[in-house]
Design a protein around this ligand. Sequence first.
Ligand code: ITT
Length: 364
Amino acid sequence: MKEIIFATKNKGKIKEIQAILGHNYIVKSIEDIGIDIDIVEDGKTFEENSIKKAVEIMKITNKIVLADDSGLEIDYLNGEPGVYSARYMGEDTPYEIKNAKILEMLKDVEEEKRGARFVSVIALAIPGKKPITTRGTIEGIIAYEMKGENGFGYDPIFYIPELKKTAAELSLEEKNKISHRGKALSEMKKILLYRKVLVFSDSHGNIDNMVKVIENFDKDVFAIIHLGDYADDVEDELRNLYTDKLFYSIAGNNDFISSVAQDEEIIEINGHKVFLTHGHQYNVYFGIDKLYYKLNELGVNIGLYGHTHRPSAFFENNILILNPGSISSPRGSSICTFLLMDFLDEVTYKFYGIFKDGIKEIDC
Ligand code: ITT
């Protein structure tokens, strides 16, 4: 099983995180790996603090590191304690005292004004990459009394009206399903696990091949890119078939009446800026110089294009330019082709062809 470092000293958090990532990862706290440093949480937002925690530990370990910054925002206290939740009334003050004080401050406040939410921002730091964050929240109200023995921190005073329970009355499983941290971590899990992207081009109405390929890779793939000629097909049919995938499609030269796709787009996947174009705008039949200059000008390091119906790969000066070929009507061969890209550590890619006896990796 893969090991993942979570930059926290909070044992309550580690318990929750291990339960969520359990089947795929062994979660190690910074204590577990023998690091004893205090990271000063001086950011003004949960995002700033979580990135700081993850990046500092990533720099020491040179490994992938996750971190959470979380807190309780109480409307009546203008969002306090917020990012100061751990230090509120003093870091070492027991939570029975902190919670009792908050109940006292809100003693005569009516229910409508007792709104509050837990917020969690999870940051992922990968050596050499820009950090990524995900955010989750859960809405509730501040209870009139402390209740429950589970959880940690402010859980005994955070009442969830739909469940008629405080967060401290929920089991670990119940809390993880609905909590701020559970939500942010589920999003992060998708990035960690489903980081692969299928790239198609020039389907020209042939949905069957794309369906065959998507079914073949299924859970491994979190996004699908279609580089034009016929963008509408992708939008209409595939989106409805695979609601759990992200779709990006742009228009090709035959998509001039497309109602859905834009001509070109820069998207961001795991910190990488990727330029999507059909390519006819750059006369790619006669070489990719113009496209290469455009990518330089845009400051992106990956360019994906189609149009020629021929798979190709080019890498120079840190710019990667790929063409998946055509998924429906190849030129110069009888094999329909596509690309599978992996956006986690270094960006890697593989070309595949659809053969009579199945889908196989091909050289390009
Ligand atoms: P690390 O920085 O080492 O992760 P910490 O406890 O200092 O641990 P934060 O800076 O993120 O963590 O502060 C979060 C505080 O917000 C936490 O100590 C609790 O007081 C509160 N909090 C966050 N999530 C909570 C939850 O699920 N239940 C109860 N209180 C929570």
